[in-house]
Design a protein around this ligand. Sequence first.
Ligand SMILES: Cc1ncc(COP(=O)(O)O)c(C=O)c1O
Length: 555
Amino acid sequence: MEPLSTSFALYAAGAAATAASLVKLKSRLDLSRAKHRSLTGHARMSRLFTALVPFYEYDEGRFFRADDAPADIGEKRRAGFFRLAALYRERYPETIRQTVEVSGAISDLQFTDAYRVPFQFSRFVRTHLKTGTFVQSSSGVTVTDLDGNAFYDLTGSYGVNLFGYDFYKECMARGAERVRDLGPVLGSYHPAIAENVKRLRAISGLDEVSFHMSGTEAVMQAVRLAQFHTRRRRIVRFCGAYHGWWDDVQPGVGNPVPARDTLTLTDMSERTLRVLRSRRDIACVLVNPLQALHPNTGAPSDTSLVDSGRSAHFDKAAYGAWLRELRAVCSERGIVLIFDEIFVGFRLAPGGAQEYFGVRADLVTYGKTLGGGYPVGAVCGRREFMKRYRDDRPADICFARGTFNSHPYVMAAMHEFLTRLDTAEIRALYVDLDATWNARTARLNARLRDEDLPVRIANLSSIWTISYTMPSRYNWMLQYYLRAEGLALSWIGTGRLIFSLNYTDADFDAVVERFVAAAKAMQHDGWWAGPAVTNKTIRRAILKEILAERFLKRA
Ligand SMILES: Cc1ncc(COP(=O)(O)O)c(C=O)c1O
């Protein structure tokens, strides 16, 4: 009897081990299938790949004929480029002078300047076509540089500028008046905070609020709270989504150390839902609703505009349906659903993405525009997820501080922002908001089509991404033509344009005319007149250059 029961026990243990390994294997397989097939979907691989890309750049001849265009086209481009450079020098002398003077000492400026265009072209552009960074004033929908040139502002100040700069100037000034007697006292609160909390609770539909100094910190705190309350480690974020620049939400390129707890999964995918349904270690799912415009791709910066592969398209119904599915799975599996509304909060609807898509999250982060012009981050959440300690284990806490959180000046400007949000004047801006911006976008697209220009716009309400219908290596040049027409862009160029809601039809018409003029000038200068290429052949050619640089020239 004894040997029989021993061998049965061994058999059972073996079977259990095999079953466990099979379950583990299946889970790994499901996870790998839920990763987006692009490099962006594979954080570790993308870091490895980028570390292997060697620096090389084009000399002057190649700069104008990187697509092997005929010599006369190259000459046309050269003439256009240097005409533009002369115009910049003549029109923006003081702005450029001051920018050059400080750029060696401001790391951020050096970085943004180097990464405005693909690296092979970067130094030549920086040498000859310098961009000024300074502005002296803002008014209506324009900003004015140090030389007195007014630009229509399409930067949106990274999304902060929702209602127009004058609105924020008032929030800041009125707020400052209110807290002048208190000054920068920290740790204690100014009464403005109570009203802010009340309004944020109403807007978010959630129980509690915490204030932070930036959006990045708000996301850090939301994730940390989710991990604390679920007692699980893993964070799920979606391929391409930006959530600030701290380690765990930036697991790929840009972060020198690997993020160990982050799973980057495919947005809007059944395979992702399968992973969420089967794993037990997932604390939270982070959603940046801006991704609805370009699911599974990263911030569309012109530095990566090496061809015309960039595309975007917003489908509200499809994205809303996806969010509802996510909501259901998260509820079913005890996963905390976090909406990161730092960018889109208040821009899509007064109640943010939750209201816009009709889906409720467990935690919501806000920032940018909420500060009424000042830096801020906020987390709103359900009571059971916001608590930073455990009643039954007093030493087990979820720590969060920040010297400047709840700064009186920020709270007072926020108070102005939230109060004005309820006024008839601001509410009117939200009436037919999408219809307004969809119609405006369609109007420009029709003009571009009629003029036979290879440029198109996709929009998520007042947020734009520009794409290109004809394969080309030079689309990034458009940003310089747009600036020459008096349109201000952020450092990521044509990847993202952000309008404030105080743009009138007349303002917008002026932008349309300037936009079309810029694209026409670029077309006239031959940048889209190269030999027939496809996005694939462009990418292949670049890969060949990289390989040659790495393995032939360096050998
Ligand atoms: C969705 C989202 N989350 C977080 C952040 C980070 O916010 P901040 O730059 O204030 O740290 C940003 C900033 O662009 C953002 O767009």
